[in-house]
Design a protein around this ligand. Sequence first.
Ligand code: SF4
Ligand code: SF4
Length: 136
Amino acid sequence: MALEKRTRRGRAKEPNCDGCGECCLYVALEIDRPTCKRDYSDIIWHLLHEGVSVYIDHDNKWHVEFASRCANLSADGRCGDYEGRPMICRKYSLENCTRHSKSKYYAHRFATPDELKKYLGRMKIDFEFRRIPKDG
Ligand code: SF4
Ligand code: SF4
């Protein structure tokens, strides 16, 4: 499991931070690529929770993302503790910034179980457990 910041594809032509705060409004983690019905069921469970989304990046890596504002984010969209910011923030350079990217940071993104189920349907992935009939 690895902490993730969204990253753009390719280098930014004119890197420029406009203080939008977009990179400080979520926590994302890389997760194992699902391979079985139990895995898909777990991801559906993630998506049943408010503020949780899942995306597949351009390298086919899966991530879970929690919408959550960083406590250090100031009202002006700047970091309120720039000198003391965590390592993941220090490593996030303007060249990775997704704000001004023309391409999306994800290849596929799911905000609800239905969005994931439609994707799995298109990919012809059987994710559903069969219902067990009740006796009698
Ligand atoms: S680095 Fe990019 S996403 Fe983050 S605040 Fe600046 S412009 Fe917005
Ligand atoms: S510590 Fe600063 S740079 Fe890092 S997410 Fe929070 S506000 Fe953004």
